[in-house]
Design a protein around this ligand. Structure first.
Ligand code: LMR
Length: 347
């Protein structure tokens, strides 16, 4: 018994010694990573998103990656995964939180569960141009919304645009609100976007981007709303008969998000390069959004797969009026001040 006690005590002391030394080691490891703030840390950064290669989001991600790699003297490797290859709509936020990926760039409609103010780009005709959207998201209210995710372990950095959404379907040309009645429309996410369709008697169905083509092909939904860029790069014209251009009732805008622990683990020198890379990527996203979307519209026209109706100014006004009740319904949840700031942004 005495012998057993002595053995147990020795074992206990040994365990304590191992734990103390392990703590010491991890402290050394983290301080050697962060300690010399003049030296860029060695690391691999992963960026994941769900869209195709020839899109503003992917091209801007590549620009950001290239900038960081080139300016880190080979210390930082940046891997960009398009098309949901790494994580899809359903899993990317969870994996960002777990730091399995360091940057994701979701459509804000998919972030509304964390803060209803991410419904802003879905509010009918809220911004008249990309510039107004930038003014809002770069301004005080927009920045506050982006920073509201810190308690979730996520830092919202910048808004990257794609642009106005346009509508496609297989049933009939959409020229006004009444044409939407009874149609099943796939939506990205969020209560506001769903409400747009409920207001005009259509049935919204939320589906991940990765399931969109098949859902249209199999008739799970009749139509969908998206940017020209996403419609063209995913060849939705192969499974849709009609497109209404100049629809623009809601937007696809992205939030560039990072993991808080990862962000705080970078020393000054590393953060400087990464931040400059983000600025560079943001500039690219904002330059390419309009360019790639007008190229995509040209491609859609050239392919000639869908019958095109371009919404006239009068038809747009009718749609605007029909969707006005959406504002009243969500004013309290999103915040009247937030909506006012968005409406006034860049004006
Ligand atoms: C969609 O799900 O249709 C889009 O939001 C995808 C994207 O990221 O542009």
């Amino acid at each position: 018994m005495h012998k057993f006690k002595k053995g147990f005590l020795t074992f206990l002391l040994l365990m304590v010694a191992i734990i103390i030394s392990a703590c010491g080691n991890s402290e050394t490891a983290s301080s050697s990573e962060n300690g010399n703030s003049n030296e860029i840390q060695e690391m691999t950064i992963k960026i994941s998103h769900v869209v195709a290669e020839n899109t503003p989001k992917h091209q801007a991600s590549l620009a950001m990656a290239e900038y960081i790699e080139e300016n880190s003297n080979g210390k930082i490797t940046v891997q960009v995964y398009p098309n949901g290859q790494l994580f899809d709509d359903k899993t990317e936020v969870k994996n960002l939180r777990a730091n399995n990926v360091q940057f994701i760039i979701p459509d804000m409609s998919k972030m509304v569960g964390m803060n209803p103010a991410f419904n802003i780009p879905a509010l009918p005709f809220i911004f008249d141009s990309n510039e107004e959207a930038y003014a809002f998201w770069d301004g005080e209210t927009g920045q506050k919304i982006l920073q509201s995710l810190e308690s979730e372990g996520i830092i919202g950095l910048r808004m990257w645009p794609n642009g106005p959404k346009h509508i496609t379907n297989t049933v009939r040309p959409i020229t006004g609100p009444e044409d939407l009645e009874g149609l099943k429309i796939r939506v990205q996410g969020g209560q506001v976007l769903a409400e747009i369709f409920k207001t005009v008697g259509a049935g919204p169905l939320q589906l991940p981007f990765g399931q969109l083509y098949t859902a249209l092909e199999q008739g799970t939904v009749d139509g969908q709303v998206n940017t020209y860029s996403n419609i063209s790069t995913k060849k939705l014209g192969d499974v849709q008969k009609y497109i209404t251009t100049n629809w623009g009732a809601a937007r696809v805008d992205y939030a560039l998000l990072t993991n808080k622990k990862f962000w705080n683990s970078m020393n000054e020198a590393t953060k400087e390069v990464v931040k400059a890379g983000i600025d560079h990527g943001t500039k690219q996203a904002r330059t390419l959004a309009e360019e790639l979307n007008s190229e995509a519209l040209k491609t859609i026209k050239e392919r000639g797969k869908m019958e095109i109706h371009e919404l006239t100014t009068e038809e747009r006004e009718t749609l605007k009026e029909a969707l006005q009740p959406v504002y009243d319904k969500f004013a309290d949840e999103i915040g009247k001040d937030v909506i006012k700031a968005a409406k006034n942004a860049g004006k």
